[in-house]
Design a protein around this ligand. Structure first.
Ligand code: ACO
Length: 166
């Protein structure tokens, strides 16, 4: 654990050529898909999703690397629902790497780097108590349920230095 904390965590935008890597990450995280009642996506599905993503300039998707190993994925949308807000639709840490502080590090890194974003939403699908606990612990609060299987959480982000508040 001590060694892990000193290992470098980095985010790199997902490209179409990452489809197989991303699918492998999903396949190695079966618990999440069981939780949301879906099969892990096949390669074709991942490729299609990456194409869809490319067409939406507000969508941002990253692979999370621990040193050189792909250990997670995150996907959010800028200027959504409102101009100075963003919505995280998925933060996924590879199953064998969960509970080691990586999700927390990735989320904090993201929040520090979302310049100009005043509020970050997190949309949690399905019965996912772990994700809910995780976001509450990171300063989010429950804002609404969008139907039985979707819950929205949100938190404000600290003002950027350009706003003269630091
Ligand atoms: N049960 C309950 N809470 C837990 C657990 C667990 N098994 N593991 C971690 N947490 C909580 C703890 O409160 C922990 O705080 P601590 O430092 O006091 O122990 C805190 O989360 C941070 O733990 P991390 O080790 O950083 O969590 P992890 O790296 O596992 O990331 C995440 C959390 C993203 C939920 C991860 O477990 C995961 O990828 N799960 C599967 C996919 C998923 O459900 N993603 C969220 C979907 S919703 C959305 O992304 C908007």
């Amino acid at each position: 654990m001590e060694a892990m904390r000193t290992q470098t965590l980095s985010l790199r935008p997902v490209q179409l050529s990452d489809a197989a890597l991303l699918q492998e990450l999903f396949l190695r995280s079966p618990g999440y898909f069981a939780l949301i009642g879906m099969e892990p996506p096949g390669l074709e599905d991942v490729i299609r999703d990456l194409h869809t993503l490319e067409k939406d300039p507000r969508r941002r998707a990253f692979l999370l690397f621990l040193e050189r190993e792909a250990v997670g994925y995150l996907d959010y949308k800028l200027h959504y629902p409102r101009a100075e807000e963003a919505t995280l639709s998925l933060l996924l840490i590879r199953e064998d790497r969960q509970g080691q502080g990586l999700g927390q590090r990735a989320l904090r890194h993201l929040m520090e780097n979302l310049v100009g974003v005043k509020r970050l939403y997190a949309v949690v699908y399905g019965q996912n108590p772990r994700a809910k606990d995780f976001f509450l612990k990171e300063g989010f609060r429950h804002v609404k349920d969008g139907g039985p299987a979707v819950s929205w959480y949100a938190r404000t982000l600290r003002a950027g230095p350009d706003e003269g508040l630091l």
